[in-house]
Write a protein that binds this ligand. Structure first.
Ligand SMILES: *Cc1c(COP(=O)(O)O)cnc(C)c1O
Length: 397
């Protein structure tokens, strides 16, 4: 049974070119990049700095504005908690932290955690298409606000926020602006200067790089100050102590350079695959709707609702199809996706939704096969009727 991977929004495979760049840094060039008293250490340090420049170039930053972390989760925590704590410690009275209901859990929980430190978390709603109404942000920042955090692209639906407009509102309100770019970077053109961002998070494993490495963009002019999350040797300009994983970072840099060159072609490929998938499902008479259908979205993420077909029952029929229900981090608890319910879907509608995310290495032939498998499984699940669905999904819980 050949496996078919349609879960690139959860993580992408490493591009073979990325693996090639990483291998020597695990083997002969293993030295500590901070040990610059010897040649091997210098070589590792050079690999790190080359990567830093590649990542900076992808998002229009200066290399000195890139701080390496273990991933976007850590970068988001560092941005949000670091900026809030620095401001509070230096006598800034602004306590409000504003974000959006459909953000990744690591953003939402970072913002919520700050309540126990005297901050005032505000979580703004979205509309049926997963978009934030600019007026809601304007109203929120009319109260003095320390920080606004709004993602560029959503990981469950692919919905793109109107960042240029939202950025201006945050700026006019005097707040710092952070954006989680984990899904958008490398998938759509992004420029931290054009967007006037102060802080931005990226992750290697969402752009065909390795897991376990990410970065935070920290603006230099004007300089954005952060309180570090951990104490230690003061690496990464004092913002992130710990020995840098030179091999992972070199892979990340390579992935970023490939994305800079190939991002547009990837996007065309993904748009083509998504269209082919929808057309094939229609041709096979599968009833479905696209969540956030009318919003601008990333081409590689399709959140589909198949009425009467619980995704778990479908996945039981086609175990060779790797897709996801909600997002990877929350699919263990089987609760309907909070992202979809925030968009106004009922818990039942949200529970009938699944996410298909093809990637750079997905072929048109595998999309046709996925459509065949889904059509066949949906027919069996629907044919078996609601009683079967209920007892089978109960059994799974
Ligand atoms: C994957 C993802 C994260 C978490 O990134 P890690 O590098 O796995 O910690 C954060 N935000 C978004 C939008 C993501 O898609």
């Amino acid at each position: 049974m050949e496996e078919l991977y349609l879960d690139n929004a959860a993580t992408t495979p490493c591009d073979p070119r990325v693996i090639e760049v990483m291998m020597p840094l695990f083997a002969e060039d293993f030295a500590n990049p901070h040990s610059t008293t010897h040649a091997p250490g210098e070589r590792a340090a050079k690999a790190v700095e080359t990567a830093r420049a590649g990542i900076a170039a992808l998002i229009g930053a200066d290399p000195r504005e890139i701080i390496f972390t273990s991933g976007a989760t850590e970068a988001n925590n560092l941005a949000i908690k670091g900026a809030a704590r620095y401001r509070a410690r230096h006598g800034d009275g602004r306590k409000r932290i504003v974000t959006v209901a459909t953000e990744h859990k690591c953003v939402l929980e970072s913002v919520r955690d700050l309540a126990s430190e005297g901050f005032d978390p505000v979580i703004l709603p979205v509309d049926r298409n997963g978009r934030l109404n600019p007026d809601h942000l304007r109203e929120a920042v009319s109260v003095p606000t320390a920080l606004v955090s709004i993602m560029a692209a959503n990981n469950e639906t692919g919905v793109l926020h109107d960042l240029p407009v939202l950025s201006r509102i945050a700026r006019d309100g005097g707040a710092l602006l952070h954006s989680d770019l984990a899904q958008a970077a490398g998938k759509t053109a992004l420029d931290v200067r054009a967007l006037d961002l102060d802080l931005a998070s990226v992750s290697a494993h969402k752009m065909y790089g390795p897991k376990g490495v990410g970065a935070l963009f920290v603006r230099r002019r004007p300089r954005i100050r952060l309180e570090p999350l951990f104490s230690g040797g003061g690496q990464e300009r004092g913002l992130r102590s710990g020995t840098l994983p030179a091999a992972l970072i070199a892979g990340f840099g390579c992935a970023a350079r490939i994305a800079t060159r190939q991002g547009e072609a990837d996007a065309r490929h993904l748009a083509h695959l998504a269209e082919a998938l929808c057309n094939s499902l229609h041709a096979r008479q599968v009833a479905f709707s696209i969540n956030a259908k009318d919003a601008p979205r990333l081409p590689g993420i399709l959140s589909l609702r198949l009425p009467g077909v619980p995704p778990l029952a479908l996945m039981e029929q086609v175990p060779e199809l790797a897709l996801s229900v909600g997002s990877a981090c929350s699919s263990a608890d089987l609760a309907p996706s909070y992202v979809l319910t925030a968009m106004g879907l009922s818990p039942e509608e949200a529970a009938e939704s699944l996410r298909l995310s093809p990637g750079r290495f997905t072929t048109p032939a595998s999309i046709t096969r996925a459509a065949d498998l889904i059509a066949c499984a949906a027919q069996q699940v629907r044919g078996a009727g609601p009683a079967w669905n209920r007892s089978r999904s109960d059994a799974r819980i």
